[in-house]
Design a protein around this ligand. Structure first.
Ligand SMILES: C[S@@+](CC[C@H](N)C(=O)[O-])C[C@H]1O[C@@H](n2cnc3c(N)ncnc32)[C@H](O)[C@@H]1O
Length: 222
């Protein structure tokens, strides 16, 4: 029997939605990501010190599970942005109660031009999304702008570049995305005004193919 995980990776029409979910297949993929990215997200969040006072933004919030997670940790406000109207709709559905309580806001925005005032956030996170950002260093400068002094930016990816990996190349071509190495992430963050960058790598599994994959978590301080 074909497992659901195999089905996703072998169905390019479904997978192509990872960078900008749309329509019925986009909804299916968001529902899968909410479940399949759970272990990666928990590992990433374990490197953060989120306090009751932390104001948090999750960029590329997808189905909104990380927004929901942060709402359970902090007593302050949690925001999510995504440039896919479907992702925004799904995140709003999942966090409806806290949106009504005015503790949560989900906005339809691109990382390249965010509507937040400078120095707004204590913590900004990006799970499985930087691959798709259109102008990486300028987008990182925009993230840096809206972080408070000493604010923390977390990047959490389950893909690092693999040489001579035809399947990864197919994935990159299909999605028109970039898979950054540890050193590339460090360089781009340093060039965008982040002062201290720490990286963590974990040998694990790809959440969709279940093949061996190295996860990376980057903690960058403004
Ligand atoms: C692979 S999904 C990951 C969703 C979620 N963070 C997770 O871990 O399950 C990538 C998300 O990033 C969003 N995204 C990609 N590029 C973006 C950009 N330039 N600005 C805002 N959101 C973006 C996509 O629309 C999509 O919802």
């Amino acid at each position: 029997m074909t497992s659901k995980k195999t089905k996703i990776i072998e169905n390019p029409e479904l997978l192509v939605n990872a960078g900008n979910p749309k329509g019925k297949l986009g909804e299916e993929l968001i529902n899968d990501m909410n479940i399949n990215h759970e272990n990666l997200a928990l590992w990433g969040v374990s490197h953060l010190n989120v306090s009751k006072n932390s104001i948090v933004l999750d960029i590329g919030c997808g189905g909104g599970v990380n927004v929901k997670r942060f709402l359970e940790i902090t007593d302050s406000k949690v925001y999510g942005i995504d440039y896919s109207s479907l992702s925004v709709k799904k995140s709003i559905e999942l966090n409806k109660k806290e949106i009504e309580n005015k503790r949560c806001e989900i906005r339809l925005e691109s990382v390249s031009e965010m509507s937040f005032d400078s120095a707004t956030f204590d913590i900004i996170t990006a799970f499985e999304t930087v691959y798709f950002w259109p102008d990486f260093e300028n987008d990182l400068k925009e993230v840096n702008r809206i972080l408070k002094e000493d604010g923390i930016f977390l990047i959490c990816n389950e893909a690092l570049p693999r040489k001579n990996d035809a399947r990864q190349k197919e994935f990159v071509d299909l999605l028109n995305c970039s898979i950054y190495s540890e050193q590339e992430l460090i360089n781009h963050l340093n060039n965008s005004g982040f002062s201290e960058v720490k990286t963590f790598i974990k040998e694990s599994k790809d959440s969709f193919t279940n093949e061996d994959a190295d996860w990376i978590c980057v903690i960058a301080q403004k």
